[in-house]
Write a protein that binds this ligand. Sequence first.
Ligand SMILES: [Zn+2]
Length: 216
Amino acid sequence: MPPTFLSTFHLILSTLSTLPTLQNLNQEVFSLPGYGPQGRIMLIHGANEGLMGYIKLSYPGKTSCFGCIGDLFPPPRVSAVDLLVYTPRTPEHCVEWVAVLEWDRAVPFGGPGTVRIDVHNPQHVQWCLEKAQERAKMFHIPTERLDAHLVQLVIGKHPPAFQAGYAFNAGLFSNETFKFVTECSSNLNDMDFFNSGEIYKINTVPNEYCAVCKGK
Ligand SMILES: [Zn+2]
């Protein structure tokens, strides 16, 4: 992505989900003349997983950039499938594993590829629920939330926490974008971190060892 393309925008909104890609964008944006509040080019980045997430604005010389805080991010996962196979952490991951992998492997109600999961079929839901519970126990994941309703929501692609998290993050994005465009109020100083409806203000400082901003 050539810098000249990015320099045609005043505001760059990012929801990139992988750190290397985000850091590439961060580097490109920092190289733009006029980046920062005075130059009227701003990068706003936000991301969430379930009800946990954040939104961040970077001010050169005042706050960290994404090169400065790369060490704060968890190690990158190889793929979403690897997460389901090797390191599931939530009941939703267990249900997703059943829907994406175990259903086609076990073919419980017919030959491979002939029967798709029907979230309105009680037998299908019950089978998925039992497999997801077995999976959760294997990885010592609490199963209190794991019931037929959750199975229907996740397989129906409506996991409640994710939808609420996206909505929450979209609200923060809209708020910061509106303030930036209209100048009706000051933008966020650095970063808002949210977890299950609670918002925490976080202020970071530039890292002098950062290869992108060099702490400036
Ligand atoms: Zn930096």
